[in-house]
Design a protein around this ligand. Structure first.
Ligand code: LLP
Length: 405
């Protein structure tokens, strides 16, 4: 945890809870780590903004020299607002409409398409244009089956067997294939599977000798559970360096750029989620700690059974941090799956204490919703001098009405 107890209490008093809190220092450190992964290669890092699109974080990421990917016109406009120019945005589309493609084309943003059907559509609306194609290397990975995005059971990418059809469509519409990309899934802590998928992607790349870039995708994990080992960047970097060396030996374009698209790795660890204990109760065999951190605020545990470290910050005067209990931490949403953390050994909590969730910077706020007509939380940034600044206001009740007719 990067904040003291006093600071957490102060933040709660000033901004209320639930509250997402980010550290600029950690965010910058993570940007530099990913940028340094292949120091001797022609590499660009695209931050995968779906993990966290707060414009103030995007501005920091921009200032660290990373590019971005986008998944939708919405992400594109937010990225533009944060200062990214079209040449630094890569639209990785999936099942988009002609209007959405046109939206990116009109702005001069490169699009990756991931089916023959969408490549045809692209060709029809932008003949002679530049395009990238997302392939499925046949190998997937991830912390849960719901986030594995390559291999035999996924909607994403074009399988290698369809390379002849891709070539035919490129020729038919006089398209220039400038890049190929993949994304095998989210959160692996062992780089072997990533390396294997890159070998498979290189095999596809050899079919297209004019390529300007090859994008390996994201998925680099961070440890969420105590005792989990970090992904070793020096081992992974060396491994990838060797693969690139071998690939370049017989690839004609020696200036080809290699890209990576980490989302989680960049933002997960710079974020905390702060909540308040509103109730405690015993029900049959379970001790419940009832908080304002519902599944509408942080969906990951309910959606993927994802583990987040949770701590209790005692606020009351009877603070006895050594008195432990086993408890299940739940939110305030009307669903039985509204469980933040199960059976944790924690200091005995009481009403008014604070709950702090670690590694909440990735896929936290972006997946928050107004389910149960609850308000999405506020977000605060701790700058390099340690000062807190509001970077997104909490929703208001009035906002719940804005689209009613
Ligand atoms: N590139 C593409 C095309 C992607 O679809 C994704 C993530 C990334 C890059 C970045 O992946 P990362 O480095 O963050 O693992 N909501 C889930 C994760 C879904 C990831 C979706 N795609 C979670 O909370 O675990």
């Amino acid at each position: 945890m990067f904040l003291s107890r006093d600071m957490l209490i102060k933040l709660k008093e000033e901004y209320g809870t639930p509250l997402y809190i980010y550290s600029e220092a950690i965010l910058r450190e993570k940007c530099r780590e990913v940028k340094g992964i292949l120091p001797h290669r022609n590499v660009r890092i695209n931050y995968s903004a779906k993990a966290n699109t707060n414009p103030e974080l995007l501005k920091i990421i921009h200032s660290e020299g990373l590019d971005v990917d986008a998944m939708s016109p919405g992400e594109i406009v937010i990225e533009e607002r944060a200062g990214f120019t079209p040449d630094r945005i890569f639209f990785i589309s999936n099942n988009v409409s002609a209007e959405e493609m046109r939206f990116a084309i009109d702005r001069g943003i490169l699009i990756s398409v991931d089916s023959l059907s969408q490549l045809e559509l692209f060709g029809r609306i932008n003949p002679g244009g530049q395009v990238a194609v997302r392939f499925n290397p046949g190998i997937g990975a991830g912390h849960h089956e719901k986030v594995v995005t390559a291999g035999k059971k996924t909607k994403f990418g074009i399988q290698k067997e369809f390379v002849p059809q891709v070539k035919a469509i490129l020729e038919q519409y006089n398209l220039k294939l400038v890049g190929i990309n993949q994304h095998i899934g989210s959160l692996f802590l062992d780089g072997e599977v990533y390396a294997d998928s890159i070998c498979a992607l290189f095999d596809i790349a050899r079919e297209f000798p004019q390529l300007q870039f090859i994008d390996f995708g994201g998925g680099l994990g961070v440890p969420y559970k105590p005792g989990e080992n970090r992904l070793d960047f020096s081992v992974l970097g060396q491994k990838l360096d060797g693969l690139i060396e071998a690939f370049l030996r017989d690839f004609p374009n020696k200036d080809i750029i290699f890209k990576m698209e980490p989302g989680r790795y960049v933002v997960a660890e710079c974020g905390l989620l702060l909540g308040t204990v509103h109730a405690v109760k015993q029900s049959y065999d379970t001790r419940y700690i009832g908080t304002d951190l519902g599944m509408n605020v942080l969906l990951r545990p309910a959606m993927y059974d994802a583990y987040h470290e949770v701590s209790i910050v005692k606020v009351g005067s009877e603070a006895e941090a050594d008195d432990l209990e086993t408890a299940t931490i739940v939110g305030d949403i009307c669903e039985n799956s509204d469980i933040l953390a199960r059976d944790r050994r924690l200091p005995k909590a009481s009403e008014g204490d604070l709950v702090v969730v670690s590694n909440a910077g990735a896929y936290g706020y972006v997946m928050a919703s107004n389910y149960n007509c609850r308000l999405r939380p506020a977000e605060v940034l701790i700058d390099l001098e340690g000062r807190a600044r509001l970077i997104r206001k909490r929703d208001t009740l009035e906002q719940l009405f804005i689209n009613f007719v």
